[in-house]
Write a protein that binds this ligand. Structure first.
Ligand code: UDX
Ligand code: UDX
Ligand code: ADP
Length: 468
């Protein structure tokens, strides 16, 4: 039997570990939560007034519990040794080398955590996989833990996190469901009791370990598939005078389809969708299911096509050349209300525009200039060190990062809206129009300006999935 959890340790103070543990600490004053990381800078940021990630409402929650029952520290060993329950919430990037490069998940960090836990633990511990992992990872984790020299015993649970960035606090506060997979009723019960502090019991779903691991990849694959499906239809809409938003509304009212996640865009981004689908594809191939692999791979291919299609449309509309033309880029984050740029469509759109010799003036309300330049540098280099200098020069000569949409638009030939920030709908469009080259084009990759009378102001306006 397992006594109630009193001390939790979370390994990994990232996008997932930080907010999740802050919520557990807030809701469970009787539990002490320690979040550890090997990155001392990150830990220092969590202990400062400027948290390492931007999420609405996160600051308040951290301030409420920090120093009380929520601690951020680099002392990994003692935090593990003293905890009853250990969450593993480290990054699992796509492997960029060796077998499965570009598709398989790199489990190096997970394995290091498991070995560390095996080394420093005594007594009984519950180890919880929080990171998104390929199905059957728990098998490897269990094998490593069973090699503990101290005679410690372990239960392994899978508890994938479904929070979305930008709404992390809301999602953690009232999740659609919390999924807990495991083999021991007692261990599952211990984690259920933690969440039951604030999540209604009927939303605490329990399954076997493998279903839980697989459900996380499947959920992200289905969500991404909806976006690729509606994006594929957006191309057909532009060819036929149907309007993708009307089509989405029409199909979304069918309760079997549902209205959410049907917003056509320049393409999905974020740290999860592409990575998880490629991982799913790799798993299918590994288990000898090439047809299934090919089916899911198409979701990523459609997303790449959507980004390319957007750039091609800009070039074609600007009289087949954007050479030396200034283009204002509105938004660089992969969606609004986050400063995260991982896999953002903006990175690929900007890369392709730079290859067409355009000059870019980029504005994003949350992403720093350094981050934008680093992302562009990385994508232009594409892993080739020899291209470092050439790509740095290309960026220095053709990219500026500015601090307002007005600055971005002055003398520009076109605006490309790549993130759906609310503030973009509220700018002084007549003034912007006057400051631009004519004809002044707007390419709206998010359809956020669609309801504004941009044509009346003089702009040539094009969005995704409709023609005017
Ligand atoms: C379908 C559409 O549902 C309906 O809106 C449209 O007007 C006509 O086409 P129908 O072909 O009558 O209707 O049957 P439906 O209930 O949709 O099932 C179609 C097939 O899918 C069946 O063979 C059904 O067994 C199968 N199915 C459906 C599944 O295998 N799994 C499911 O979850 C749902
Ligand atoms: C996603 C899942 O939603 C979340 O459950 C999981 O835990 C992590 O991955 P996240 O990547 O933070 O979360 O963002 P999400 O809101 O899902 O958006 C992903 C991308 O899809 C964004 O680039 C977004 O702009 C795009 N998107 C989303 C669309 O283009 N259209 C839509 O209708 C919805
Ligand atoms: P996620 O989006 O999954 O939360 P992040 O990259 O934001 O991923 O965060 C993962 C964190 O895990 C990073 O801060 C990283 O330093 C940390 N980490 C990775 N490996 C270890 C380890 N062996 N011990 C402690 N922390 C680790």
């Amino acid at each position: 039997t397992i006594t109630p959890i009193r001390k939790i340790c979370c390994i990994g103070a990232g996008y997932v570990g930080g907010p999740t543990m802050a919520m557990i600490a807030k809701q469970c004053p009787d539990i002490e939560v320690r979040v550890v990381d090997i990155n001392a800078t990150r830990i220092a940021q969590w202990n400062s007034d400027t948290l390492p990630i931007y999420e609405p409402g996160l600051h308040e929650i951290v301030m409420e519990s920090r120093g009380r029952n929520l601690h951020f520290t680099c002392e990994v060993d003692s935090a593990i040794a003293e905890a009853d329950m250990i969450f593993i919430s480290v990054n699992t990037p796509t492997k960029d080398f060796g077998v499965g490069a570009g598709r398989a998940a790199n489990l190096e960090f997970i394995e290091k955590c498991a070995r560390k836990i095996a080394d420093v633990s005594t007594g009984h511990k519950i180890v919880v996989e929080k990171s998104t992992l390929p199905v059957r990872t728990a098998e490897a984790v269990k094998a490593i833990l069973s090699g503990s020299s101290s005679g410690a015993t372990f239960d392994v649970l899978s508890n994938p996190e479904f929070l979305a960035e930008g709404t992390a606090v809301e999602d953690l506060l009232s999740p659609d469901r919390v999924l807990i997979g495991g083999e021991s009723e007692a261990a599952i019960g211990a984690l259920v009791d933690v969440y039951a502090h604030w999540v209604p019991r009927e939303r605490l779903l329990t399954t076997n370990l493998w279903s839980s691991e697989l459900s996380k990849l499947t959920a992200n694959a289905f969500l991404a598939q909806r976006v690729s499906s509606i994006n594929s239809i957006s191309a057909l809409c532009e060819a036929t005078e149907a309007d993708v938003d009307e089509v989405a509304m029409a199909i979304g009212t069918d309760s079997r389809i549902g209205p959410k996640f049907l917003k056509s865009s320049v393409g999905f981004g974020g740290s999860c969708f592409q990575k998880d689908i490629l991982n799913l594809v790799y798993l299918c191939e590994y288990f000898g299911l090439p047809e299934v692999a090919e089916y899911w791979e198409q979701v990523v291919k459609m997303n790449d096509y959507q980004k390319r299609r957007f750039v091609n449309r800009i070039v074609r509309t600007l009289f087949n050349t954007v050479s030396d033309k200034k283009i204002a880029i509105w938004g660089f984050a992969f969606k609004k209300d986050t400063n995260d740029t991982r896999e953002s469509a903006a990175i690929y759109v900007c890369r392709d525009l730079l290859r067409e010799k355009a000059k870019l003036s980029i504005y994003d309300p949350q992403v720093t200039a350094d981050q934008i330049k680093k992302d562009l540098q990385d994508v232009l280099r594409n892993g080739d060190a020899e291209l470092s200098e050439a790509s740095a020069r290309l960026i220095a000569e053709n990219v500026e990062v500015v601090d307002s949409v007005e600055a971005a638009c002055c003398n520009a030939h076109a605006i490309a809206v790549l993130t759906e920030w609310d503030e973009f709908g509220k700018v002084d469009f007549p003034a912007i129009y006057r400051s631009m080259q004519k004809p002044a084009f707007v390419f709206d990759g998010r359809n956020v300006l669609k309801s504004l009378p941009l044509d009346e102001y003089g702009f040539v306006y094009q969005g995704i999935g409709f023609r005017r």
